[in-house]
Design a protein around this ligand. Structure first.
Ligand code: ADP
Length: 326
């Protein structure tokens, strides 16, 4: 691969607030450093179908505050096949794109890793997912905004839960990671969080009930991470109805509202720093790494490590929640 003159940028997989701030940062930093930028629409799909447009600085004006992604996002089955990736590579060559910046979650970065290996294309990943489940960065783009959306919702649910003296299970996103549920529970003053990371150790529902939930309280809110491992909020509510019929139980599934909204200051700054750093990485001849921030420092994490799916949850937080919810 020769000198890099033009970079392609795409957003892929689940959308996350702050993706636009990242698109803006990558575009502006690239232009600042004398590179051409091309926006690729609908994730890998646009690479396969050739939906690509040159971006100038003004194309990313007035987007830092917008949720979603102006490049759109999609899931692309063709890119899962070698033949599909070959078409994507041919389009890249046709468009004279020398390197890719991929903003997305672990699926998107897995795709980037495979593509980079097969076709010797420099790829840089930016962690864009509300789930915060990428290893090698303290937080991912979109996580903080989603957490704040959860707080807003739980504060409102608390009003009705208290009035009716009910037990509420609130299901939040996170796939197989409990970051949103656990930190959402701490920040909203919820009574418990049921998360996949603890499911093998104890029956979290039983523990919560046996510890005498409600005690002096007249309502209880439990945040549940959506996951096959926890079983989800519906499953837990069914269990309560069967095993502890004396409790008045309700379920709220927050769903896609967690993905929307204007990004928080934290996510805008994170996306701006990571986006600018992705261009530094390209200029330094880095490839096949995800850019992260750890302890306020930019770090480069090989794709293989970032997508390992074992980003640990800080178990101190589990204890903090336990102590403070008496
Ligand atoms: P996320 O990035 O949010 O985790 P997905 O897991 O849906 O989202 O992945 C987004 C896209 O990344 C997929 O639709 C596909 O195009 C690409 N992708 C994911 N896994 C692979 C893979 N193993 N090989 C090639 N491409 C992949």
């Amino acid at each position: 691969m020769g000198v890099i003159k033009c970079i392609g940028i795409l957003t892929s997989g689940g959308d996350a607030p702050g993706m636009n701030a990242a698109i803006r940062a990558v575009t502006r930093a690239a232009i600042y450093n004398g590179l051409k930028v091309k926006g690729i629409y609908r994730g890998y799909k646009g690479l396969v179908t050739g939906e690509i447009k040159e971006f100038k600085s003004q194309d990313v004006s007035n987007i830092i505050q917008l949720g979603g992604t102006i490049l759109k996002t999609a899931r692309c089955q063709e890119f899962m096949t070698y033949e599909g990736r070959q078409v994507a590579y041919d389009n890249m060559k046709k468009e004279e794109i020398d390197a890719l910046v991929v903003i997305g979650g672990d699926g998107s970065l897995t795709g980037a890793r495979i593509f980079a290996q097969e076709f010797d294309v420099p790829c840089i990943g930016l962690p864009g997912t509300i789930d915060n489940d990428l290893y090698g960065t303290d937080t991912t783009i979109g996580y903080d905004t989603a957490l704040n959306t959860i707080l807003d919702a739980v504060d409102k649910i608390r009003d009705t839960a208290t009035s009716h003296e009910r037990l509420f299970f609130v299901e939040v996103m996170g796939r197989d990671a409990g970051f949103l549920a656990l930190n959402g529970a701490i920040a909203s003053g919820a009574e418990a969080a049921i998360i996949p990371e603890c499911s093998t150790e104890v029956d979290q529902l039983e523990e919560f009930i046996k510890n005498g939930f409600r005690k002096s309280k007249n309502s209880s809110i439990v945040l549940v991470a959506e996951s096959e491992i926890t079983g989800g909020a519906m499953h837990l509510a069914e269990r309560v109805k069967n095993e502890f019929p004396e409790y008045d139980v309700r379920v709220t599934i927050l769903g896609h509202l967690q993905r929307g909204g204007s990004p928080s200051a934290h996510d805008r700054i994170l996306a701006s720093r990571l986006g600018a750093a992705s261009i530094d990485a390209i200029m330094e001849d880095q490839r096949n790494v995800m850019i992260g921030i750890e302890h306020d420092q930019i770090v480069y994490i090989p794709f293989s490590k970032a997508i390992k799916k074992d980003k640990p949850i800080n178990k101190d937080l589990v204890n903090v929640l336990k102590e403070l919810s008496i």
